[in-house]
Ligand binder design. Structure first.
Ligand code: SF4
Length: 171
């Protein structure tokens, strides 16, 4: 869907990639391809699922654990922390609010935002497989045709393909 006043497609971005200090360690992961290149083409909507779900900055880091197909979100350093229900509640409503987006750039390896690159820890060891972060999975379930990409895949050819896909999706 195009915003009539700008005619630019709107895409979501994991907020730390925009240079906002929202990560668990109080830092950002600014990505200059997003901030300098793609920001000239698209309107960017910042989304940090962990902060929007109610977590603080900084906060104890979490990781996917337990079951590769249905993992929980538990504390990396403190296993007594479990934010699975909190994040699921957020994921039940947020994707529908983002139906105006025409694409999404996710942060790699994040238990919330990764696209098939989030490690899953099972019985104290990383599983061979990786998977989508909990919010990224919810977005893919709700918007299966929306173009999505991870920061680590923003290479020249992939960027061109992503830009083309977003423009087609927004028509
Ligand atoms: S990876 Fe996602 S949840 Fe983590 S800080 Fe970035 S936007 Fe927030």
């Amino acid at each position: 869907m195009l915003k009539p006043e700008t005619r630019r497609p709107i895409i979501g971005v994991s907020q730390c990639l925009l240079g906002d200090a929202v990560r668990y360690d109080g830092r950002s992961k600014a990505n200059i391809i997003v901030t300098r290149q793609l920001s000239r083409i698209f309107d960017l909507v910042a989304v940090c699922p962990e902060v929007e779900a109610g977590l603080s900055v900084p906060r104890p880091p979490v990781q996917l654990t337990g079951d590769i197909n249905n993992p929980e979100l538990t504390g990396r350093d403190d296993p007594s922390i479990n934010i699975t229900a909190l994040m699921q509640e957020y994921c039940n409503t947020k994707p529908a609010e983002l139906k105006h987006l025409s694409g999404f750039i996710f942060k790699s390896r994040s238990p919330s935002c990764a696209l098939n690159s989030a490690p899953v820890v099972i019985e104290g060891r990383c599983a061979n497989e990786t998977r989508n972060g909990m919010f990224a999975q919810a977005m893919k379930d709700h918007h299966p045709d929306m173009p999505v990409i991870e920061d680590t895949c923003l290479t020249d050819k992939s960027i061109d393909n992503f830009i083309r896909a977003v423009k087609n999706y927004s028509r």
